[in-house]
Write a protein that binds this ligand. Structure first.
Ligand SMILES: [Fe+2]
Length: 276
């Protein structure tokens, strides 16, 4: 079962405007689109060429926005990967993902974030007879670490970026590597949404996997709360340079792939990958 996309056109335009510091009236002025049409665009209503004129001002890809607005932006169909499971839980009014990755031979597992409630994850651990060896946190926002005390009861050590301390978690820097069974994990700093957002690149399963937290979403990205510029650059340089078949596991919304996001994510599609 696939979960819905995290962001719609209106969320995406809002993130770009906030990130670049462009108000509605500035957007109207710079794109030559009337204030009324900008209002419609902000509501996700795409008509005539307003999106083609506004998108370049926002450094977004117009074609990708159109596809999203038409409801025909679908994440790539992915078959089950042995050794990867996503858990989607509800935290107040948002839904959040946590992940479990394991070596199917040794049954050693790594938990990535806790979500609102790690109950389903612990059920899966039991069902597959796994041993949780490591808990890696993508960032410290409460929806991602809400159930840490319960997950910690597995006895596994917990790590998070040194730039984003969390009680009970040891600090790691970019480049830190872990080895669990046949899995190799490399931490990459993808800050911008949060000060120490980490992406964990996992190899050793049938395809490479990137657990990206809120750095990148299927068809969107996390808000650039700390630095929009860093968020864009880190996504471009540290996630979208991975092999195209890498499965991207975001903190919200469905799974996707590096190839799909390079082609169809409105923040990165087409020339936006190289423009900076
Ligand atoms: Fe977050």
């Amino acid at each position: 079962m696939s979960i819905p996309l995290e962001d719609n056109v209106s969320d995406i335009i809002g993130k770009a405007q906030r990130g670049l510091g462009i108000s509605d009236s500035q957007l109207a002025e710079r794109s030559g689109v009337s204030a009324e049409k900008i209002r419609k665009l902000r509501n996700g209503e795409i008509e005539d060429d307003a999106v083609e004129r506004a998108a370049p001002v926002l450094k977004l890809d117009a074609a990708a926005l159109r596809t999203l607005a038409a409801g025909s932006w679908g994440p790539e169909a992915l078959s089950e990967i042995e050794g990867l499971a996503q858990f989607n839980t509800t935290y107040h009014d948002i839904t959040v993902n946590a992940y479990l990755v394991w070596d199917p031979v040794t049954c050693e597992a790594v938990a990535f974030d806790t979500g609102a409630d790690c109950g389903a994850m612990l059920e899966r651990v039991k069902m597959e007879k796994l041993k949780v060896k490591l808990i890696l946190l993508t960032h410290a926002h409460p929806d991602h670490v809400a159930d840490l005390p319960r997950l910690k009861a597995t006895g596994a050590p917990v790590y998070i970026s040194e730039l984003e301390p969390e009680e009970g978690a040891a600090a790691i820097a970019e480049g830190k590597r872990f080895r669990i069974g046949s899995l190799e994990i490399e931490a990459r700093l993808t800050s911008g949404h949060s000060p120490g957002g980490m992406t964990y690149v996992v190899t050793g399963l049938s395809r490479p996997i990137a657990i990206v937290g809120d750095s990148l979403f299927a068809g969107s990205m996390g808000g650039g709360n700390v630095s929009y510029k860093d968020a864009l650059r880190n996504n471009r340089e540290k996630i979208l340079t991975l092999p195209e078949d890498t499965i991207v596991c975001p903190g919200h919304g469905p799974l996707t792939t590096v190839g799909k996001e390079k082609r169809d994510n409105p923040f990165f599609a087409g020339s936006l990958m190289v423009d900076g």
